[in-house]
Design a protein around this ligand. Structure first.
Ligand code: NAP
Ligand code: MG
Length: 406
């Protein structure tokens, strides 16, 4: 079979431990035999980050900004134990958070649904994609202990003309605590663009949850900004796809989500997103079936990865020469989502079809009952295929999908 030509490069960020081993197997057995693709390779191996004093991250981010599509393998976020294990110069900051922060945008967590893998929430037959606004909010709060009774106020002093404004937060009789949070119109507008672009591309509705009834101005900023962006740029395009955007009160949205069949984007403020993304991930069952996609507000740059880490425990087995039963699906989706967006940006449908065929091969394989141990356990069975046997089943399914008439 002739390889499919990919017009522009994909930036590949290699990683650590078992995730790296799987990442390479996917590249060699499921990607390179089928695609004529240029990979701009950057190595996030912990020792290379140490040797380059993290410059490899800056170089990789530069390349992602230039080529607009990156796929990232899980990488170690070093703590003191890792400094000792690898003899590092220091505990370098998280390659994952650092890379995301330099690119900016919104992180979407997308579960892969397989009919035969039981979910804690059985009704979720379609993905719920959680979009977390990764800026400010409670994570950048100014908070303080109030050792005894007293008054707390919020004071705003404009940089430009205008008088300061001060409002009272509380006047309390005894000890307590207080916090001040903020957000910016620009960041919320970017978040709205990312979420609406993502929903539009996937053809699924977008719901924003806030409590603007209680926090009129702060949560109101989110509600109003999303509505403005939707009306100005998205309403007619959403209508053409038969989908919509809605603001919902966050607790009502939570109740709706549990009862729903899934199939929507849940846009969350930063703190809500922290809680909801882990809640939804747990509801869908397996970390090995969860992909992450970082999308910039203009919808023109993506970085994809698996939501899990480097799977250290399995790597120890691999190092000892034992076969592991590690689930590669989320890592495959990191590759395929990047390839899908590459095809979208280059307007090459054949490349997008390849990405979808490989994703379909993953679900076909699982639904045919070929499972790694994490999935087998969820179905109540004790044994699973080895990682390599499972990858081979996926390759066979991919061959079948590519041979089938479109
Ligand atoms: P982890 O690598 O996600 O693994 C935790 C456990 O989850 C594994 O031991 C395994 O359970 C299970 N698991 C995760 N992914 C799996 C898969 N694909 N197939 C089968 N089982 C899977 O988390 P961690 O052990 O906390 O972190 C390890 C390293 O990864 C750390 O150095 C951390 O800094 C890094 N990390 C990186 C990222 C990233 O790159 N974005 C994210 C998180 C963590 P069993 O042992 O029970 O089989
Ligand atoms: Mg969390």
């Amino acid at each position: 079979m002739e390889k499919i030509k990919v017009m522009n490069p994909v930036v590949e960020l290699d990683g650590d431990e078992m995730a790296r081993v799987i990442w390479g197997w996917i590249r060699e057995s499921l990607i390179l035999p089928y695609l004529d693709i240029e990979l701009k390779y950057f190595d996030y191996h912990i020792l290379n980050r140490d040797a380059t004093e993290n410059r490899v991250i800056d170089q990789a981010v530069e390349a992602i900004k230039r080529y607009h599509v990156g796929a990232k393998c899980a990488a170690i976020n070093p703590d003191q134990a890792r400094v000792k294990e690898f003899g590092l110069k220091q505990a370098w900051k998280s390659p994952n958070a650092h890379t995301r922060n330099l690119i900016g945008g919104t992180l979407f967590r997308q579960p892969v649904i397989c009919r035969n893998i039981p979910r804690l929430v059985p009704g979720w037959v379609k993905p719920i994609v959680v979009a977390r606004h990764a800026f400010a909010d409670l994570f950048d709060a100014a908070d303080m202990t109030l050792p005894a009774g007293g008054r707390v106020s919020l004071r705003y002093v404009p940089h430009g003309p205008g008088d300061p404004v001060e409002i009272e937060v509380c006047d309390i009789a005894g000890a307590g605590a207080a916090a001040g949070i903020y957000n910016t119109k620009e960041s919320v507008r970017g978040f709205a663009h990312s979420c609406l672009n993502f929903g539009l591309e996937q053809g699924v509705p977008v719901y924003l949850g806030t409590k603007n009834t209680a926090i009129e101005h702060y949560d109101g900023l989110f509600k109003e900004t999303f509505q403005e962006v939707y009306e100005a740029e998205f309403r007619s395009r959403f209508a053409a796809k038969g989908i919509d955007y809605e603001h919902r009160i966050v607790d009502e949205l939570a109740a709706f989500a549990i009862r729903s069949a899934g199939g929507f984007v849940w846009a969350c403020k930063n703190y809500d997103g922290d809680v909801i993304s882990d809640l939804v991930a747990a509801g869908f069952g397996s970390l090995g079936l969860m992909a992450s996609i970082l999308l910039t507000p203009d919808g023109r740059t993506v970085l994809t990865e698996a939501a899990h880490g480097t799977i250290t425990r399995h790597f120890r087995d691999y190092q000892a020469g034992r076969e592991t039963s590690t689930n590669p699906v989320a890592s495959i989706f990191a590759w395929t989502r990047a390839i899908y967006y590459r095809g979208l940006f280059d307007a090459t449908p054949a490349v997008q079809r390849f990405a979808l065929a490989l994703e379909q091969a993953c679900t076909d394989t699982v639904e045919a009952g070929h499972l790694t141990k994490d999935l087998a356990t969820l179905t109540g069975s004790a044994t699973g295929l080895t990682t390599r046997q499972f990858l081979e089943r996926i390759r066979e399914a991919l061959e079948r999908n590519l041979a089938a008439p479109a």
